[in-house]
Design a protein around this ligand. Structure first.
Ligand code: ATR
Length: 269
């Protein structure tokens, strides 16, 4: 049957094979989706995969920037993001690179009824994960998107790169001031159980605090935000939605994400 895979290193804990198997079952698509760890050799692993007849792949840490460079053609959003999480072999045998991370986050924020249009949005972090989601956030016509980062210069550079799309500014954590409708944690700080201090930020029950990470238990970021009265979510929904968006691109079929998100959540706990 039609062959797909996810490339990452490490990859053994990837949820992607289970997600795509569920989407395939739901939409009656015959396909095989597996996890591959190319270690260092991502590019040769991709070419070997295409030789085997592979039709498309997801790409995760640490290969998203290399997939961006490897792609023969890029969608506009992947080009802007500087990263590719979805590769597709086109009729000419070329690799088309796209990214579905941003739409994945956006769809989950919409599901959670976040105030995006006219809202004040704070994004923590200025690495690859944040670069990948700024375009769809700015397309929702927010009042402002503030990018705050430990290294302020990286946040300012990101703001500069996206300012033609809408009102975005960059700075240090201290530079984020006032009330925000949405706070998105896109730092890898919670991996080390740390939390950036946001001394000048206020949040309340109208705030959605969203962590792009997910775990069986609430993240440190979520625990912090909840104590201040905010609504919280981890990034499991984003994971499921970005997978669904890749599936749609490859297969032209739209899976239902809610039952899949529930199943993955249950499997986590
Ligand atoms: P990713 O692809 O996950 O975005 P990255 O590009 O390495 O990974 O970016 C990691 C982000 O997490 C950066 O914004 C980083 O801040 P710096 O730019 O100052 O390095 C942020 N980060 C990592 N550890 C952190 C910590 N302990 N406290 C605050 N921010 C942290």
């Amino acid at each position: 049957s039609d062959l797909y895979c996810v490339f990452g290193h490490p990859i053994s804990h990837s949820r992607s094979p289970a997600l795509h198997a569920a989407f395939a079952a739901q939409t009656d698509q015959a396909l095989h989706y597996e996890a591959r760890d190319p270690d260092e050799a991502f590019e040769s692993a991709w070419h070997a995969f295409v030789e085997e007849g592979g039709l498309g792949a997801n790409v995760t840490v640490p290969f998203k920037e290399r997939a961006y460079r490897l792609a023969d053609r890029l969608t506009e959003r992947a080009s802007r993001a500087g990263a590719v999480n979805t590769l597709m072999v086109n009729a000419q045998g070329q690799a088309l690179g796209d990214t579905t991370d941003g739409v994945g986050l956006l769809r989950d924020l919409v599901r959670l009824q976040a105030r995006l249009e006219g809202g004040r949005i704070l994004v923590l972090g200025a690495g690859g994960a944040v670069r990948g989601v700024l375009e769809p956030l700015l397309e929702t016509a927010p009042a402002t998107v503030m990018v705050a980062n430990r290294t302020a210069s990286k946040a300012s550079a990101l703001a500069e790169a996206f300012k033609d799309l809408g009102p975005v500014e960059g700075g240090h954590f201290d530079d984020a001031t006032g009330h925000f409708d949405v706070i998105i944690n896109g730092t890898s700080a919670s991996l080390g159980n740390e939390l950036p201090a946001l001394p000048n930020v206020t949040l309340d029950e109208t705030t959605l605090a969203y962590d792009m990470m997910y775990a069986a238990r609430p993240t440190v970021f979520m625990t912090w935000a909840e104590a201040l009265g905010a609504r919280t979510s981890d990034g499991l929904g984003m994971l499921v939605e970005q997978a669904a968006a890749s599936f749609e691109l490859w297969r032209g079929a739209v899976p239902e994400t809610e039952p899949v998100r529930r199943a993955v959540r249950q499997a986590l706990t």
